[in-house]
Design a protein around this ligand. Structure first.
Ligand code: ADP
Length: 162
């Protein structure tokens, strides 16, 4: 009997405005769980992003360069579950920091399973990354502080001047 191996593909959706060492740690920890991880920037959120889409994608690529055969960076419009279908991804990957993250993720993950047949896999953050968020990095950036220890090495943040 032939047993065709189905690749386990996960989409890690977010704004990544910009990628932080918290995001990077989640991706690194998830690598052994999946054959491929697509880090996907959702384009049509109501949020106004500080950094340009192309820059945000480039910074993710720089951070995960050593895993370029397993980690792809993409952008998408519309529902995450539709993007997962387009890319044959069976899983959504999300990181959890606090109960606030949990409350937000809970119903979305149930809907993605009920109507999209997509399982969401949650990884609790390592405690050292609990206080780190893109919004904190943006705040420090905008007020001239030193955020360098909060973002992956080799990345130089430049604001979108459009
Ligand atoms: P979103 O706008 O969808 O929350 P983000 O780019 O802020 O997008 O985050 C993408 C994912 O990364 C989310 O699952 C979020 O909970 C997770 N995440 C963000 N910061 C951290 C962190 N410091 N530790 C673990 N997970 C995190």
């Amino acid at each position: 009997m032939s047993q065709e191996k189905i690749s386990k593909i996960a989409v890690f959706p977010g704004s990544f405005d910009p990628i932080t060492i918290g995001h990077e740690a989640i991706i690194r920890r998830a690598l052994p769980l999946f054959d491929k991880i697509i880090v996907a920037i959702g384009k049509n959120t109501v949020k106004k992003n500080l950094f340009a889409l192309e820059d945000r994608m480039e910074w993710i690529k720089i951070a995960l360069k050593e895993f370029e055969d397993k980690v792809e960076v993409a952008a998408f419009d519309g529902l995450t579950m539709n993007f997962c279908k387009e890319r044959d991804a069976q899983f959504i990957l999300r990181g959890l920091r606090t109960s606030v993250d949990f409350e937000f993720e809970y119903s979305i993950s149930q809907i993605n399973r009920q109507i999209g047949d997509i399982e969401t896999i949650f990884l609790f953050t390592d405690p050292v990354y609990t206080p780190i968020s893109s919004s904190i990095v943006r705040d420090i950036y905008l007020h001239g502080g030193d955020f360098s220890s909060l973002i992956p090495k080799g990345i130089k943040l430049i604001k979108n001047e459009e």
